[in-house]
Design a protein around this ligand. Sequence first.
Ligand code: 6GU
Length: 251
Amino acid sequence: MRVDVITIFPEYLAPLGVSLIGKAADRGLLDIRAHDLRDWTHDVHRTVDDTPYGGGPGMVMKPEPWGEALDAVLADVPPESPELPPTLVVPTPSGRPFTQAKAAQLAESPWLIFACGRYEGIDRRVIDAAAERMAVEELSIGDYVLAGGEVAVLVMVEAIGRLLPGVLGNAESARDDSFAAGAMESLLEGPAYTKPAEWRGRTVPEILTSGNHGAIARWRREQAFARTAAHRPELLARLDPAALDKRDRLA
Ligand code: 6GU
């Protein structure tokens, strides 16, 4: 997958060179390119923002640098490249929710372009014009306000990147995650334990050392159900009733 990120703070994306995503990039599974939006300004101050039409607080990102940046990134394709068409992702607190399902959908795209806004956002015409050339997704990572889209890009690229074939060491390890479709669909993950069997007077739940795999699976599901009820009760309402155990309904 190719990933272009256009931002006024390319250095903010340095963490994408580290850990799971960094290793995936080193192995050629991901091609991540950060671009400085100011490279497409032409004034001595390298201006990217201006005051909003209609008044109000804050500044709006000017359309011209964004138009040139997107033109340049879109044009930077080797002839006969298989990676077209890209999807443009615009992180914004006013976007649709970025979910595990959205991560899985975007992981199918061969090419993602992220447009990081700062200030009060990007001039609307940039997004409207881009939508005539490619799929555009305006996405929010949660109900809080960040100073800019860069941290949201770190979140989204990590969530998407770990779903790409070959990125995770163990092909199983993405399947039963909280929010993943799978056996524990829409249940949060319960507790995990490792050695030693006793630590500071605390022991590991006996069932986990019983060797009874059926009983362990049932216990884990109970734990996941209880945690979901405690932390995210609204998720239980979304569960497919057919996927509910009798045990779950009694819990
Ligand atoms: Cl995607 N961007 C910004 N700036 N703030 C956010 C967000 C995105 N998602 C939640 N808050």
